[in-house]
Design a protein around this ligand. Structure first.
Ligand SMILES: [Fe+2]
Ligand SMILES: [Fe+2]
Length: 178
């Protein structure tokens, strides 16, 4: 694949992200997640965009026929817990940072239902994205794809391989006029 083809593909992914995710991307609370760290020095905001983009790519690569709007919105909101889980999680219902993995899908779902009107698929994505920690597996293909995308992105972000890409992404998103 040439550099131009790669850029074209990247542009297309962003178009899909903006088309389906605009309501969330422009919301005050989602933008606020910029100040919460997820992995390394990666914010929850950056991580969520990473996961949404990866989910779109996986869906297309596997021809999984996911409903793209649900896939994008669920991916953007999958970590919508809205606190710094390293510091003040306890006050927000996160019993201990070590237990964050078990409890944050429930908190994210509660917040997302409060701020947005969600489909059942979007709810399943948020609720199950930490599977197998959630024990009950995802019920729809969109939730499986986001679960996979989240694990891939978390690993890449932890070892620092996603950093440069995300900076470019932020600029693209902020320039949206859709
Ligand atoms: Fe998560
Ligand atoms: Fe995540």
């Amino acid at each position: 694949m040439t550099k131009e083809e790669r850029l074209e593909r990247h542009k297309k992914i962003h178009e899909i992200l903006r088309k389906h995710g605009q309501e969330i991307l422009l919301s005050h609370s989602f933008i606020k997640s910029h100040s919460f760290i997820q992995h390394g020095d990666m914010s929850v905001y950056e991580h969520s965009i990473n996961v949404a983009e990866r989910a779109i790519r996986i869906n297309r690569f596997l021809h999984a026929k996911c409903v793209e709007r649900d896939l994008v919105r669920g991916a953007l909101l999958h970590d919508y817990f809205l606190y710094d889980w390293h510091i003040d999680g306890k006050e927000k219902g996160n019993i201990h940072p070590k237990l964050h993995g078990f409890y944050h899908p429930g908190t994210a779902l509660k917040n997302a239902c409060r701020d947005f009107v969600l489909t059942e698929r979007e709810k399943d994505i948020i609720k199950k994205h930490m599977w197998p920690l959630t024990i009950i597996p995802p019920l729809c293909r969109e939730a499986w794809v986001v679960t996979l995308a989240d694990k891939y992105c978390s690993a890449m972000e932890t070892i620092g391989l996603h950093k440069a890409k995300v900076r470019v992404k932020q600029i693209d998103i902020s320039e949206t006029d859709n």
